[in-house]
Design a protein around this ligand. Sequence first.
Ligand SMILES: Cc1cc2nc3c(=O)[nH]c(=O)nc-3n(C[C@H](O)[C@H](O)[C@H](O)COP(=O)(O)OP(=O)(O)OC[C@H]3O[C@@H](n4cnc5c(N)ncnc54)[C@H](O)[C@@H]3O)c2cc1C
Length: 392
Amino acid sequence: MNYQLTELQQEIRDVARRIAEEKIKPVRAQYDENGNFPWDIVKVCADADLFAVFLPEAYGGLGGGIMELVVATEELSRACGGIALCLAASALGTIPIVLFGTDEQKQKYLPDLAAGKKLAAFALTEPAAGSDASAIQTTATKDGDHYVLNGLKQWITNGGEAETYVVITMTDKSKGARGASALLVEKGMDGFDFGKKEDKMGIRGSTTRELIFRDCRVPKENLLGREGMGFMVAMRTFDMSRPGVASQALGIAQGALDEAVNYARQREQFGHPIISFQGLQFKIAEMAMRVEAARALIYAVARSIDAGDTKCAKESAMTKTFASDVAMYVTTEAVQVLGGYGYMKEYPVEKMMRDAKITQIYEGTNEIQRSVIATNLIKEYASHKQPAAKVR
Ligand SMILES: Cc1cc2nc3c(=O)[nH]c(=O)nc-3n(C[C@H](O)[C@H](O)[C@H](O)COP(=O)(O)OP(=O)(O)OC[C@H]3O[C@@H](n4cnc5c(N)ncnc54)[C@H](O)[C@@H]3O)c2cc1C
């Protein structure tokens, strides 16, 4: 389908596709096996300006937006959803600076992030605060010109590898959700350490790690937005970043569809290529339909965000939920198309199936996303004030 990509978007797609084919595919199994962080690919993406695609030109970016980010993430994820996450997770940690940073903060942080010289990360989750983000216990207490940060963040993507962290913390517990604030914390600050590195089911080319704060002194000019705005920073960020997770899921699904079709054209049983069997054709058609529907939704929402739509929580949640369910469906079906070979590590689809699973869980589980969608729908319908129509 022709999505009428701009020249810049086509260029980003082509560059990312070439990196995926030439650089990521040959090493994806190795990173999946050893769980190391793919610094060599980060360097390649940085040299190709992929970290810059969604950032303003004034801060070293290419001047694109969420659409450019989803195009790049989709193409990289087509080869490996784990390795692609080094870019998407850095974007997650960078978006709040774009949205809420002062000009000084933007000047200080964005050029290095755009150049891929430094990576960013976003830290909200804690051991007892997952879906219920308002239960976070990490505190930041004012002390003169500093905040003193104490607590532990869990499962932070790019943890330990990133230099710049946006940390959501409580500055006034008595105010509940209105007492949270977002702080920019730098690797190397006194009292900031890294804890356990997770051994995961999938996306093993991405690092997931604990952040530990023990009396970590953060200058007060590192506050993002104002005190009390922490959850607003988080929610507005997710509204813009969820199409990115969706595009990671889309890329994984497209990659699995590619593998399934190519395999089915070559594999013969009963004296015929298995793709000639209608039972498999229906399966492949279903996979392709869902992939295209996910792409159409993601691109439409990304374009709407770039056109200035700030009330996009519902649509953004829809992209992530729909595309991640598609990724899980398509990768599982791809394993089925490859039969026993699909279950073997020799073929990439078993890894794709493991990689797909996380997209239904992080940046808000799909259960929570469906609640977000329903809550927004209910509000919209309530504002129409139309009574339910009776048949008679
Ligand atoms: C690999 C990985 C990387 C991650 N990266 C980051 C990161 O970079 N930054 C960050 O801050 N966090 C990160 N996370 C955390 C992630 O966002 C959380 O895991 C996610 O939000 C869910 O929280 P939880 O795991 O504690 O599940 P829980 O909240 O404990 O949920 C458990 C189950 O209960 C369901 N549930 C909970 N509440 C409800 C409800 N009200 N209605 C219906 N169902 C409900 C959930 O949907 C889920 O199925 C990462 C997680 C993983 C696994």
